[in-house]
Ligand binder design. Structure first.
Ligand SMILES: Cc1ncc(C[n+]2csc(CCOP(=O)(O)OP(=O)(O)O)c2C)c(N)n1
Length: 607
């Protein structure tokens, strides 16, 4: 007999005919599938387990398309994928040429808006509804956003606009009290107060009395009266949202299919912006994830029975974290993260020096201006950000750090190709945009020994400084090859070890190559400037986009200084990178040993 999930995979419309008991059965089938696949492929387990019922109910009530769901961040999209014809493909989740772990509008028309970075969904929803409402076609848009992403600055810009634009947008707030770690900041306290507010315990008449007294209370009462007639659920004043012009409903149990159906059916056709506050359990249905949602937020392969990871890899970030922990004993500096304490390996520092550690929520732009203020006031600070999220802080690096020549140190993790998360998360663009900002020094270490030395420089730095490194552990040490070769290969940062291997093999073939591991992106290393003219041909290798990259800076330098050597730039062409493991992607881009050998061989053999 077919499972309900298989029947829905044949035709997603079959969902509409299910009884409530069958919807619950479906939720169980979905959880089982997600746990099985994520245990083999890795992925965002806990967030996806918490949002199963909300997603089922939205698909049950909406007609997609023309109706739309936009998932903020998008890491919680697995149930949506399973309900929109991708069940059979689900075992390829996050794999090379498989389905993405995030909504991807190139993958399905039901993934209406590609996401991966937090805070974009409300703004996109307003844009879509602006046009749909003009068309008067009745198409509905629902935004699903977590309490962590609600704290993001762009979300607030969206809410600010939404209240006055009055678009018919339903925002489902998926409040599980967690970002990756516990959600930080006063918005989170506010949501907790809403949930635990004593008003919940009061009688309906008392609630009415309270609501009547608040500004706009009559309107709230009018709406809540409608709902009261149809459902038995409480409506309490969500003062903050109401004051922004957004009707607030809830909080309700977001893991209860019955509550969700009753409430969403009643509010979905209402005019104007609405926020429905749902409380969910992150990791629901899988004990290890319920007990440790932080660890299971994003997890590699694991044993389903025990919940233990199948492999634990040490990251370059954990090396950086240990450095900070040790250096923190003798040096007085602060450390800041935007909701990525564990991913960055900063948890040790946070435990040891809680008064010097700040998790500011998903707020990368704020984190850098906050850091500028700290430096301005005379203290040293390290800010950790993943390369892909650094993209939204260009102006802070320009306006708040470099223009004021403030020696903020930015530790850029996940630089280079990133496994599993796909095009939204690749750390390959930072070199190009950082190079264009005056005053900044950018380093891309090639070994742990080299990284350690750069971190020591950072402790004393008098200039703004970026240190970018991959997730994968760098080699302990990496030496140059100098043998008076005709050709020189310069390997930058994370790809240097691969480039060196290629050079060693090419030397065995008789191609006379020297090799230099390089850490300076900007300014160009004096050592390189001096030796370029000694070679007929120079090859640069970087795990980054070529336009505006490291190789380009060498090309520009040679051109400006009339250095005659021919240059081959090896890196990534002007493109987005699909999902896959780092190894698979490097191979497909010919950035593995064989690919690099092939490119260098044909360049060197060419007269
Ligand atoms: C701009 C940005 N910064 C950081 C991240 C990394 N990140 C992915 S999910 C997540 C937490 C999201 O929390 P929440 O919105 O509450 O969703 P939950 O996982 O709890 O369901 C973070 C910080 C991101 N995707 N985008």
């Amino acid at each position: 007999m077919k499972t309900i999930l298989e029947e829905i995979d044949e035709s997603p419309k079959n969902l509409k005919n299910l009884t409530r008991a069958q919807l619950e059965q479906l939720a169980a089938e979905i959880r089982k599938t997600i746990i099985e696949v994520v245990s083999k492929n890795g992925g965002h387990l806990a967030s996806n387990l918490g949002i199963v019922e909300i997603t089922i109910v939205l698909h049950y009530i909406l007609n997609i398309p023309p109706d739309k769901i936009i998932f903020d961040v998008g890491h919680q999209v697995y149930t949506h994928k399973l309900l929109t014809g991708r069940y059979k493909l689900f075992n390829t989740l996050r794999k090379y040429k498989g389905i993405s772990g995030f909504p991807n509008s190139e993958e399905s028309e039901t993934d209406i808006f590609t996401t991966g970075h937090a805070g974009t969904a409300i703004s996109a929803g307003i844009g879509i509804q602006t046009v749909e409402q003009e068309r008067k076609n009745g198409a509905k848009t629902v935004v699903v956003i977590g309490d962590g992403s609600l704290t993001n600055g762009i979300t607030f810009e969206g809410l600010n606009n939404l209240g006055t634009s009055k678009k018919n947008l339903l925002i489902i707030l998926n409040d599980n009290n967690f970002s990756i770690s516990k959600t930080r900041g006063s918005v989170s306290y506010y949501l907790t107060r809403l949930i635990t507010m004593p008003v919940l315990a009061k009688s309906r008449d008392e609630i009415k009395e309270i609501i009547e007294k608040i500004p706009g209370g009559e309107q709230i009462l009018k709406v809540s009266k409608d709902i009261e007639q149809k459902t038995k659920y409480l409506v309490i004043p969500g003062g903050f949202f109401e004051k922004l012009g957004i009707q607030y409903f809830g909080p309700i149990d977001g893991n209860d299919i019955h509550h969700l159906i009753d409430v969403i059916k009643n509010i979905i056709d209402k005019e104007g912006p609405i926020i429905l506050h749902t409380i969910t359990q992150k990791g629901k249905g899988y004990k290890p994830a319920e007990e440790n949602p932080e660890k299971f937020h994003s997890i590699g392969t694991f044993n389903i029975n025990s919940g233990y990871p199948l492999s634990t890899i040490k990251t370059t970030g954990s090396f950086v974290g240990e450095f900070l922990e040790q250096a923190g004993e003798k040096n007085d500096f602060y450390v800041i993260t935007s909701a990525m304490e564990y991913g960055l390996g900063f948890d040790g520092f946070a435990k040891k020096f809680p008064e010097r550690f700040f998790d500011v929520g998903i707020a990368e732009s704020h984190s850098l201006i906050f850091a500028s203020g700290i430096v301005k006031a005379g203290k040293r600070v390290f800010v950790g950000i993943y390369s892909t999220f650094l993209q939204r802080t260009y102006d802070q690096i320009f306006h708040d750090i470099c223009l004021q020549k403030l020696p903020v140190v930015i530790l850029v993790d996940r630089a280079g190709i990133v496994s599993g998360d796909g095009p939204t998360h690749q750390g390959i663009y930072d070199i190009s945009f950082l190079r264009s900002i005056p005053e900044i020094s950018v380093f891309s270490p090639y070994s742990l020994e080299n990284l350690n030395n750069i971190m020591k420089i950072a402790l004393q730095s008098k200039k703004p400084m970026v240190i970018r490194y991959p997730k994968e552990l760098l080699p302990e040490k990496l030496d140059e090859i100098r043998q008076n070769g005709r050709f020189l290969c310069i390997g930058l940062g994370s790809i240097a070890q691969v480039a060196k291997q290629a050079c060693l093999l090419l030397n065995q073939e008789g191609i006379n190559l020297d090799f230099l591991p390089e850490d300076h992106v900007k300014p160009i290393d004096d050592k390189i400037k001096k030796i370029l003219s000694e070679y007929d041909k120079v090859i640069t290798c970087e795990e980054a986009i070529l336009p505006g990259g490291f190789g380009t800076s060498i090309l520009e330098f040679c051109n400006e200084n009339n250095i005659q050597c021919k240059i081959l730039r090896i890196g990534i062409s002007d493109t987005f990178i699909e999902t896959g493991s780092r190894e698979e992607i490097l191979e497909s881009l010919e950035l593995d040993v064989i690919g690099i050998m092939k490119k260098i061989r044909s360049f060197c053999e060419d007269a």
